[in-house]
Design a protein around this ligand. Structure first.
Ligand code: GSH
Length: 315
């Protein structure tokens, strides 16, 4: 057994990126299904409160956000690489895509299936995740703008494929492909592939590229309960990767810090800083429920700030 545990739910497109990465690398993994709407108390115990999905766990190491999950998988099995042309281009494309297309994709999605979304789902996404109302009615006035923007971006994908070959950054797949695929996958799976292909003017090149990515599959997984995953964490010790310690803002190892996403679901996770480089932050948390954990976050898209003593005593 590989010890890789993915906390996810079927319809989560960010999770789909990681399921495909696991398939691409031919890794075996354990699948812990979580609810699409919190509470998720056992997952919360592992993440220290980070509320988004997916989360990857390897023993007592917990990885929050797909960017750092990709890095973890690359460490576990370097080949085939998820960064065949280096990290910069594919990570930059990924961050751009995720940040620019999430709201338009949701706007288009709810136009098709919004009436089937339960009120508790809509309330949770507004109050605790995105900060805006994603009901069909609320998103409808901007629908034309969402379609226009997605069409413009899809044409950029087409031009990258025309220039570079089978994948966005060259002849081999990279994280950019998995990321740019995921929101189109969400739309095609829920709204109908034909309807979306027509509405977004997806070219033959883009459709063939999506078919190539879908064919990768999810590798081999076995179901695991959240309780078993928690027990794996409690009985393991974290393994520190050799990333050294480099903080551009001179926050010292051992400082109590809060790490918070800078886009949505802005729940700070507090812990003791144990390692950091320009791409990754690792904090330590120790609770009776979990034992010692190392929780990993990417730098890009997250803020790491020292916890002041007044904030600390309130925590
Ligand atoms: N930047 C994050 C975004 C993750 C994200 O927004 N995931 C969605 C699910 S696809 C989510 O967490 N939605 C709210 C929830 O499930 O609690 C990443 O790359 O992992």
């Amino acid at each position: 057994m590989s010890g890789i545990i993915l906390h996810h739910y079927d319809l989560s497109p960010f999770s789909e990126k990681i399921r495909l990465a696991l398939g691409y690398k031919g890794l075996e993994w354990s699948s812990v299904k979580v609810e699409a709407v919190p509470p998720r108390p056992l997952l919360n115990a592992l993440t220290g409160g980070y509320r988004r999905v997916p989360v990857l766990q390897v023993g007592a190491d917990v990885y929050c956000d797909t960017e750092i999950i990709f890095r973890a998988l690359e460490r576990i099995k370097p080949q085939p690489s998820l960064y065949p042309t280096g990290e910069g281009l594919s990570k930059a494309l990924s961050l751009w895509w995720d940040r620019s297309t999430w709201k338009p994709a949701i706007g288009i999605l709810v136009d098709y299936i919004g009436e089937h979304l339960p009120p508790e789902f809509l309330a949770d996404r507004k109050d605790h995740y995105l900060g805006y109302d994603i009901s069909k009615q609320a998103m409808a006035p901007m629908l034309p703008a969402y379609v226009q923007e997605m069409c413009a971006f899809a044409e950029w994908l087409d031009s990258m494929l025309a220039e570079n070959g089978n994948y966005l950054t060259g002849s081999a797949l990279s994280v950019a492909d998995l990321t740019c695929y995921h929101s189109l996958w969400l739309l095609r799976a829920n709204c109908g592939a034909d309807a979306i292909d027509k509405q977004l003017f997806l070219s033959r090149n883009v459709i063939n590229w999506m078919d190539r990515i879908a064919a990768i599959g999810h590798g081999h997984s076995t179901e695991m309960t959240p309780e078993e995953a928690l027990e794996c964490a409690r009985t393991a010790s974290p393994i520190l990767p050799s990333i050294g310690f480099k903080d551009p803002t001179a926050i010292a190892a051992g400082t109590r810090v809060a790490v918070t996403p800078n886009d949505n679901a802005r729940v700070p996770v507090t812990g003791t800083l144990v390692a950091a480089d320009a791409q990754e932050i690792i904090i330590r948390k120790d609770t009776p429920e979990t034992g010692v954990l190392h929780i990993h976050f990417p730098r890009a898209g997250f803020e790491t700030l020292p916890v002041t003593s007044s904030a600390q005593s309130a925590a």
